[in-house]
Design a protein around this ligand. Sequence first.
Ligand SMILES: C[S@@+](CC[C@H](N)C(=O)[O-])C[C@H]1O[C@@H](n2cnc3c(N)ncnc32)[C@H](O)[C@@H]1O
Length: 391
Amino acid sequence: MMLDTLTQDLDMLKLIGDSNTQTSLLKVQDLPMKGRGYVATQDLAAGTLIHIASPLATVVSEEWRPETCMGCFAFSYPKRMKVKTVVDQDLVAWWQRSVMKKSTVKKPFSLGHVAFCTDQCKQNYLETTGDDAWYTWLTCMYRLEHYTPTKTTTMYGSDDDLEDPTTVLDDDKALRMYLDKLWDRAATTTSTDDLDDSDRTMCRFIVSCLVQHKTSGTDFDALWDMQDNELGHIRHLQGSTTEIQHAMHLYQHIVSAMTSPIKSASATVPVVLGPHDLTPGLFRAIYYREMANSFGLWEQSKDGDAVTDDLELLGFGIYPSAVYFNHACEANAIKIRHGRAMHFYTKRAVARGEEVCISYGNVDAPFQERRQRLLDHYHFVCACTRCLSEL
Ligand SMILES: C[S@@+](CC[C@H](N)C(=O)[O-])C[C@H]1O[C@@H](n2cnc3c(N)ncnc32)[C@H](O)[C@@H]1O
């Protein structure tokens, strides 16, 4: 595939400037049947680097934590990552300074699989986060890992206790009111069901977003501009109460893990995200925006190009400035991960005013199959040029 060399990338980077600002090569526009999307502001040659996006938050999948660098998403399977994050005196000093004067750690301990490929990569990562966000995040991760549900009450007596949402499915306002009412109950109930690996990954992701919200509010503001997929998701599942309960369960787990007393053999862990940082509204905003807006972070192939079946999904992330790339089954742009940044290139020449799209996954399948996959995974009916021509 024809792509720019690294030197050209760096030149273009200078041209683009801050990765989170809208580039002059693209602008956001309202598009028929698709909501907002990027269009080219000038003629673009094939292979042009058109956008670089950095994440608001990322997460490493539960199953690949030992082998994935949380800074650059390098993957070392079957070897483990070299630089383990150890809870050390710096974190304890921060606890003493900012939250709990009498904090102690009896002996240093490794924080699960929070690991980096090199000291330099860790250093680079810390420079982008800053001490407050890093220590808040570490404390939260420790809490998530060491929290064991002890209460035996369940959220609802049975599924039947949930009202039937199907009568309000077609009405935005009524459905939202119904969900608000339901979620008010989530704030006062407890669940003890087990979480699976993907639930744990999601909990860590949501907590990472909450930490961003608490420690760098302005970066987080970009999330509010993203498409909220809550109603679309509930409708697609025809008002499944199981799905709603599952989301509430994750919410409850996070609240309990963040606020319960946690005392291990090594340390007493302070509360750094309080109840006001963990409202159902904030949880829903993140949880239902992650859907259809996040990017998978895949293991990279040797040639750094397309994602193939033998590559692992190492995690995912929200890249606010990149959410305006709509999908096309014959995309004119492609995304390539460089460390934790996403670079977007044109695949062919794009004319000024033309929409710039990427493909959300594999588009080799025939029309009906492609359409169903997009509906199931992203809850939209594809209105790209290729699909419209195959209708
Ligand atoms: C990542 S967002 C893209 C930005 C979004 N259009 C917006 O206004 O915020 C993905 C959503 O855009 C819409 N979308 C993207 N590609 C589309 C397509 N080919 N046809 C119809 N809708 C599309 C769908 O609503 C999808 O859930």
